[in-house]
Design a protein around this ligand. Structure first.
Ligand code: SF4
Ligand code: SF4
Ligand code: FES
Length: 313
């Protein structure tokens, strides 16, 4: 069958802005986007640039945007894309500088991976790890070790798009992978570093990293595990950690979410932020968008409180 593929072309050294070029070629049920790109490069336009190596969803190098979603080209069927979208538009990964066509500069991705010390640090490398610990590690990893470093999650990350200092989903999934490794000895330091601005509390839980990951690493879920570990180990003074602890406290005490009291409790130890938030809070109160801090709780609040009380026992 004859298909048309639209490709974003851009060369940072010669072009002022990207342009879209249409290519027509024969494709069958077995044609992947990567096979189509290879055909275009060898038969129509040798200047087309993209990365690929294994052709088997292993090396992670062929990630690009296919119909607006980060996907591995070697793992994406041309026919499936046409069935779903009626067209095929290909471009480079977002959130990373484009060098040429689908080739992006992965430096931001690797810089972030390096930030979390993605390796085992052990001063006793010759002492054996207890067998029991080795047996449980596979369960504790929650697939965080399956990452192929394709960069799709960082490219799709909302938080990274607006805050480039955010360490990002892949690096945080990697950090989690080493936090649960029984051989590693710098877990406390690594976790403490992740409490800072740009760390685990900057994820806005948009779930995009989970959706685009071709290996089901589910970075956001690993971030949630890192958050849980932080609170359990007493690293609970950040605004993010206090949002969780105080949320549970308020709902447990009042049987409802008191949106006026929660920010006060959260920001008590962050006076600057509290002062910044006050005008908005007052506006919301006057417009009826937030409940009065000491107003009567809604009907049924006793039931919720009883549930929380029972949970504590
Ligand atoms: S869930 Fe968090 S880490 Fe994942 S893409 Fe969204 S903001 Fe980024
Ligand atoms: S976590 Fe998934 S999407 Fe992110 S780099 Fe690793 S394999 Fe790719
Ligand atoms: S070519 Fe290796 S993952 Fe696609």
């Amino acid at each position: 069958m004859r298909v048309e593929i639209t490709i974003q072309r851009y060369n940072v050294e010669t072009d002022v802005k990207p342009r879209f070029v249409d290519y027509c070629l024969e494709a069958g049920r077995e044609t992947t986007v990567l096979l189509a790109l290879l055909k275009i490069k060898s038969e129509m336009d040798g200047s087309l640039s993209f990365r690929a190596s294994c052709r088997a969803a292993i090396c992670g190098s062929c990630n690009m945007q296919i119909n607006g979603v980060q996907k591995l080209a070697c793992n994406t069927s041309v026919f499936d894309e046409l069935d779903r979208h009626g067209k095929i538009v290909i471009g480079p990964m977002a959130n990373m500088p484009v060098i040429k066509d689908m080739v992006v500069d992965m430096a931001p991705f690797w810089d972030k991976i390096r930030q979390v010390k993605p390796y085992v640090v052990s001063h006793n490398e010759h002492s054996p790890v207890p067998t029991a610990a080795l047996k449980t590690i596979q369960d504790d990893l929650h697939n965080a070790d399956a990452c192929i470093m394709c960069g799709a999650c960082l490219s799709a990350c909302n938080s990274f798009e607006v805050s480039p200092e955010f360490v990002g989903p892949a690096a945080l999934a990697k950090a989690y992978r080493f936090q649960v490794d029984p051989r590693d000895e710098i877990g406390t330091n690594r976790l403490a570093q992740l409490q800072e601005d740009g760390g685990i509390w900057d994820c806005v839980r948009c779930v995009y990293c989970v959706q685009v990951c071709p290996k089901e690493v589910a970075p956001m879920e690993q971030i949630v595990r890192l958050r849980r570990m932080s609170i359990q180990s007493g690293m609970d003074t950040t605004i993010g950690a206090r949002h969780i602890t105080q949320f549970v406290k308020v709902v447990g005490e009042e049987g409802r979410l008191n949106e006026s009291r929660l920010p006060l409790l959260m920001l008590l130890k962050h006076l600057g932020k509290l002062i910044q938030t006050l005008p908005l809070a007052i506006k919301m109160l006057f417009r009826g968008k937030a409940v009065m801090p000491f107003g009567t709780p809604p009907q049924g609040h006793e039931v919720v409180r009883a549930i929380f009380k029972g949970r504590k026992k």
